[in-house]
Design a protein around this ligand. Structure first.
Ligand SMILES: Nc1ncnc2c1ncn2[C@@H]1O[C@H](COP(=O)(O)OP(=O)(O)OP(=O)(O)O)[C@@H](O)[C@H]1O
Ligand SMILES: [Mg+2]
Length: 312
């Protein structure tokens, strides 16, 4: 048995003459969390739609749960659960009725019990019999995810599951994802939040304009970018330019009036840096030591918002 829950190779999809997915390849190990990270319009939902048989690819092969999505559509559908970017909840039914409907559709045995357990797990017992139309956005998302879990699918697709959630609900969602993985479920997750991918994912792929610009663990991705540095923010472009001349090793971000100076972050080096600024009668309004995070990875890999940094 192949240990890949998902295997994608050479996947292409265009709308008209616009290539939305321009040949992407990745594999997801069974029982792991894989996160597809990308900004608006990168092609995340398109990828999810192809992988979940909702959309036909133009080229490439996609295997999910061991079946080709093109020829084994029925088998793939039986193995997966999908929570779309926009909640699939029926607002004119109660939370319980929504879950019950899903249990009936999936012909789940002892449906009522399964529904009760899910309501409890998602903290929706008190609201179970109210119309979903009266739910808050977070409650709706939770109900949507609960509906996905009916029938215990082996592979779950979550398209931006925490967009629009408050920090607490986001943590709850993360907890649920971790529980699912502990039970052996494979989770394919899209997100715009680097922090989320960093927290949850075993592997991350960064999607930008239809291409995967990087893949790896959060640590591997972090290693691909410049290390610790000091950030100096100046009040005016004039001062920024003067500082850039005084510190030629720095990279300059004119939009943010920011200078990034490579540094080990030790007090001795920081003092030396400040002395150099002093020597040129320069004053930084803001001074911080920055250890790289996934945000930096993203900016470095996609070039967005970092185009200013390359020239001096
Ligand atoms: N049915 C469609 N017809 C034409 N173009 C489409 C269609 N669906 C998506 N696109 C285009 O494909 C590109 C990728 O869209 P997609 O929805 O996959 O992005 P996304 O990464 O999910 O973005 P978001 O973070 O906003 O959800 C966008 O440029 C979008 O306009
Ligand atoms: Mg989307």
């Amino acid at each position: 048995m192949n240990s890949s829950a998902i295997a994608v190779s050479g996947l292409r999809k265009a709308y008209g003459d616009k290539a939305v997915l321009d040949g992407i390849d990745f594999e997801v190990a069974a029982g792991s969390v894989f996160s597809l990270l990308g900004p608006n319009g990168a092609g995340k939902t398109t990828t999810v739609n192809v992988l979940t048989t909702l959309l036909r690819a133009d080229a490439g092969t996609v295997r999910v749960a061991g079946y080709d999505v093109a020829t084994g559509t029925r088998q793939v559908r039986a193995a997966i659960g999908v929570t779309g970017q926009f909640a699939a909840v029926d607002e004119l039914l109660s939370g319980r009725e929504n879950l019950r409907l899903m249990a009936d559709l999936k012909r789940v045995r002892s449906g009522a019990q399964v529904v009760d357990r899910l309501l409890e797990r998602f903290d929706l017992v008190a609201a179970a019999d109210a119309l979903a139309a009266t739910y808050s956005g977070g409650m709706r998302r939770k109900l949507d995810l609960a509906m996905t879990l009916v029938g215990s699918p082996r592979i779950i697709f979550l398209d931006e599951p925490t967009t629009g959630l408050d920090p607490r609900s986001r943590r709850t969602m993360w907890g649920i994802v971790r529980e699912l993985v502990a039970e052996g479920t494979t989770v394919f997750l899209t997100t715009q939040y680097l922090e989320e991918a960093d927290h949850l994912a075993d592997r991350i792929a960064v999607l930008d304009q239809g291409r995967l610009v990087a893949q790896g663990t959060a640590d591997e991705l972090k290693r691909q970018i410049p290390g610790t540095h000091v950030r100096l923010r100046f009040a005016t472009l004039h001062e920024l330019d003067a500082a850039a001349r005084a510190l030629p090793e720095a990279t300059r971000d004119a939009q943010e009036l920011l200078l990034r100076v490579p540094s080990d972050g030790e007090s001795k080096s920081l003092r030396a840096l400040l002395e150099r600024l002093d020597a040129h009668a320069l004053n930084a309004q803001d001074f911080s030591v920055h250890t790289p995070d996934l945000d930096d990875v993203f900016l470095a890999l996609t070039g967005h918002a970092s185009t200013e940094e390359t020239h001096q």
